[in-house]
Write a protein that binds this ligand. Structure first.
Ligand code: BTN
Length: 255
């Protein structure tokens, strides 16, 4: 069954599609020679799944989508690399919204439903001169998992949000299609639409909430927007708007 679905995806999209039951990390496989623009590596289980901030990524065997998409965005200046993150996040939220899940983009590129995390994304870039040469977009989308071990974030899944169990590969096929629409917008430099949707779906935008600095001090502030460079623009209670890079500020999310 899985083979038939893979062949379907491959034939329709004309991509190299590698399915591996177990792998260390699909992002590591995607770095190997021979993979090129548009190729997908999907695994049922990762023994060393990697997350942001040096964290791991845990996902129950065969219940979710853990995959990496290889891209060669040589049209994108390295200083605009955040636009690739935006295109991926917007496409992931497009997918979830099509499945009637109220997805929001948590800066820089997680997807949340309410205060619960449904997708994690790890994007790794290679640069040649001033341009991106190769990017690996590693995505962990919680599809059917309903029980999770202890985690630093509160997880959720498509099944927990809707009660519906879904076949994973058709979802991947749908994501691939939606991503290609956003990727085309990026290639054609149609950034206004990607910016508009990213901003519209930004988690906590215009809400007064709690944040923490790396030293441990917490404060309340309001996310106003994200700069084209990818910095978060957060307004403090005294009205000052500060720019934060990833790792310079942390969300405080009630459990
Ligand atoms: C995060 O939120 O911390 C990012 C998680 C990214 C997980 C995905 S699963 C597929 C790909 N392979 C990895 O090792 N990580 C990414």
């Amino acid at each position: 069954m899985i083979d038939r679905l893979i062949d379907g995806v491959r034939a329709r999209r004309g991509v190299r599609f590698t399915y591996l039951p177990t792998v260390s990390s699909t992002n590591d496989v995607a770095r190997e020679e021979g993979y090129g623009d548009g190729d997908l590596i999907v695994a049922d289980y990762q023994t060393a799944g990697r997350g942001q901030r040096g964290n791991g990524w845990e996902s129950a065997v065969g219940e979710n989508l853990t995959f990496s998409l290889v891209l060669e965005p040589d049209f994108l200046p390295a200083e605009r690399q955040f636009y690739l993150s935006k295109a991926v996040s917007v496409a992931l939220s497009d997918l979830l919204i099509r499945h009637r899940i109220a997805a929001r983009i948590k800066w820089p590129n997680d997807i949340y439903v309410g205060d619960r995390k449904i997708v994690g994304t790890l994007i790794e870039h290679d640069v040649q001169g001033a341009m991106l040469s190769r990017s690996i977009a590693g995505i962990g989308l919680n599809v059917n998992q309903t029980e999770f071990g202890p985690m630093t974030v509160i997880p959720t899944s498509m099944r927990l949000e809707t009660g519906i169990e879904r076949a994973r590969l058709p979802l991947l096929d749908e994501f691939y299609h939606l991503f290609n629409i956003r990727y085309r917008q990026l290639r054609e430099n149609d950034l206004t639409e990607i910016d508009r949707v990213y901003h519209e779906r930004l988690y906590r935008r215009d809400e007064l909430c709690a944040y923490r600095l790396p030293g441990g001090a917490s404060f309340r502030g309001t996310i106003r927007s994200v700069a084209p460079s990818g910095e978060l623009l957060l307004e403090h209670e005294d009205g000052t708007v500060c720019r934060y890079l990833f790792k310079e500020v942390e969300y405080v999310i009630p459990r």
